[in-house]
Design a protein around this ligand. Structure first.
Ligand code: NJP
Length: 255
């Protein structure tokens, strides 16, 4: 019997994450950058990973302007050696990882399945699935070393909820990611590690603009609105096992 997702109350106080170490992948823009700012605002020391150094520096400026803590990790999540090294460095330097926000994602190509470019198909799975498995593999010891390790994955409505024509590579990769997260939740059930899946719905980011070029971005939520859900999933109070936390459902329940 699948467990029901439990959502935070709209008026719940912002969780305090003082002293927590939080690795955010895809922190150079969009949801990742906004959530890195939110995590730092709640007291976490953010370890921000992405390829675009300019975006990371912009994040660093924003966090420091708010007196938060941030370390930049320019890199590619699809680089296996770099991810393996990262796991070892985090464990050696900090002794633990309290929060993994596995946010980096690739939309791939919106096209009928037979027409998807094989290179883009592979890249989509490399970023959305294989990189996240490697992150888990590399960071599992550090997450288990935390008193309340939290692994949070960004999914999508099309990842297992709703098949949509032309979204094949992205949808199949997010469905695989969801099963990866659920499996990890089972494997860590007897530990202090907890796993969350967050479905942000349509948000005002570059990926969304790439998917829906004709859409008026002003009608979409700002990624910062996702903060209460992400901070809840990152908190000691969160006790989920990778049930899907949907931003749309949470907003609708409290409208
Ligand atoms: O995406 P975007 P969003 N190595 O394109 C990074 C999900 N989602 O914020 O490396 C390292 O603005 C990239 O950094 P860079 C979605 O599937 C969204 O919209 O510098 N990093 C950038 O920081 C995804 O999982 C919506 O190019 C890599 C970030 O990823 C998450 O939310 C709806 C990388 C992508 O920023 C964030 O999406 C939904 C690599 N190889 C699910 N490749 C939505 N926005 O509407 C990419 O249902 N990145």
């Amino acid at each position: 019997m699948p467990r029901m997702a439990i959502y935070p109350a709209p008026d719940a106080p912002t969780p305090q994450l003082d002293g927590a170490y939080a690795l955010v992948t895809g922190a150079s823009r969009g949801i990742g950058q906004a959530m890195a700012i939110a995590l730092a605002g709640a007291g976490a020391h953010v370890l921000a990973l992405a390829r675009t150094v300019g975006g990371l520096e912009e994040l660093d400026d924003k966090i420091r302007a708010r007196k938060g803590k941030c370390s930049l990790i320019p890199g590619d999540v699809t680089d296996p050696e770099a991810i393996e090294r990262l796991g070892a460095v985090i464990l050696e330097r900090f002794g633990r990882l309290d929060i993994l926000l596995a946010n980096a994602g690739d939309l791939g190509e919106l096209a009928p399945l037979p027409d998807v470019d094989p290179k883009i198909w592979s890249r989509t799975f490399d970023v959305n699935v294989h990189a996240n498995w490697r992150l888990l593999k590399a960071l599992d010891p550090a997450l288990r070393a935390s008193a309340a390790g939290r692994a949070i994955f960004l999914t999508s409505r099309v990842g297992g909820q709703e098949a949509r024509a032309f979204w094949g590579a992205y949808a199949a990769s997010k469905a695989a990611l969801e099963m990866l997260a659920k499996t990890y939740a089972e494997e860590t059930a007897s530990t202090e590690v907890r796993v969350a899946l967050i479905d942000p719905g349509a948000m005002r980011t570059k990926m969304r603009a790439q998917a829906m070029p004709g859409e008026d971005a002003a009608t979409l939520p700002n990624p910062s609105e996702l903060a209460p859900l992400v901070l809840y999933a990152a908190s000691e109070d969160y006790d989920g096992r990778a049930e899907r936390l949907s931003f749309r459902e949470w907003k609708a329940a409290h409208a």
